[in-house]
Design a protein around this ligand. Structure first.
Ligand code: ADP
Length: 272
């Protein structure tokens, strides 16, 4: 693969900034505006409900969820499969809309926001990490991260993002030359290279063995601590909860309880 081909892709993406919702009618979602709100709160949901209609059947995924998440917090969403964790994360990340209730990022209501504004919100403020890495196999590690930094406003260098996840030695490798855990760390570097305010992770260790999972969790904890990025991590593994500031226990679409960890455990100390 030639450099020209890569820069062609990057130019193509750059040329579609307007199409991606960047250029026109820019609205300010910055951290400066908090009229009447608590400046320390990043996410607030009130009475958040989500009902999926499948044929004749209503599936209730969230039932009147009230939650506040503060700047710089490390939150674990813990609960069994089907308890509503992904639905909540997707609504906070602007990927899904609730059936009723309020969901705010700082003082901006995500509910009822236009697709264009939600696109802008996701691109500028949210880093997503999913169970599967979604890397482009024909691009190197560095190029996979550069695809995102090219369309961000104040990105870090791909090399700096990859250093944060401990992959500075693997810049020119292709995804197929990396282990699952290393690929997930590239996905994390890609998510944080645009300096998002929040990092939303849906079962980031779900496809990984124990030891590899710890390395991935350590990378997320380092980003939370060194960059101050608010982190929300979904898991059904109760042991992982020990690394959070607060643990939101979900059951059957409701918050059963929220527990506070007096001291956060380092991922390397966690055993499951
Ligand atoms: P979790 O992340 O805790 O596993 P989810 O938020 O994925 O839970 O799902 C909560 C409930 O909503 C489940 O009963 C699930 O089957 C249902 N659900 C999730 N997404 C959809 C969808 N797109 N269509 C119908 N039902 C859905």
């Amino acid at each position: 693969m030639t450099d020209g081909w890569i820069s062609g892709i990057l130019r193509w993406i750059g040329g579609r900034r307007a199409w991606l919702g960047v250029a026109p009618a820019r609205q300010d979602l910055s951290r400066a505006v908090h009229p009447g709100g608590d400046p320390g709160v990043v996410f607030a949901s009130r009475g958040l409900s989500k009902i999926y209609r499948v044929g004749e059947i209503d599936v209730v995924a969230l039932r009147s969820v009230d939650l506040e998440i503060r700047e710089g917090e490390f939150i674990v969403l813990l609960g069994p499969s089907g308890s509503g964790k992904s639905t909540l994360l997707n609504i906070l990340g602007g990927l899904d809309a609730p059936t009723s209730g309020e969901a705010r990022f700082r003082d901006h209501n995500l509910v009822g926001a236009s697709e264009q504004l939600l696109t802008q919100y996701r691109r500028e403020h949210v880093g997503f990490v999913f169970q599967f890495y979604n890397l482009i196999p024909s691009l190197t590690v560095r190029e996979n991260v550069a695809l995102v930094t090219e369309i961000a406003d104040h990105p870090m260098q791909p090399e700096a993002a990859l250093q944060l996840v401990g992959l500075e030695q693997r810049l020119d490798h292709f995804p197929s030359q990396l282990s699952g855990g290393e690929q997930q760390r590239v996905a994390i570097a890609r998510a944080i290279a645009k300096r998002p305010d929040v990092l939303l992770c849906d079962e980031p260790t779900g496809a990984l063995d124990y030891r590899t999972g710890i390395v991935v969790l350590a990378a997320i904890a380092r980003i939370n601590q060194q960059l101050g990025t608010t982190a929300v991590v979904i898991t059904h593994n109760a042991a992982i909860a020990a690394m959070a500031d607060r643990v939101v226990h979900l059951a059957d679409g409701t918050i059963a309880r929220i527990s506070v960890n007096a001291a956060r455990q380092a991922p390397e100390e966690i055993v499951w």
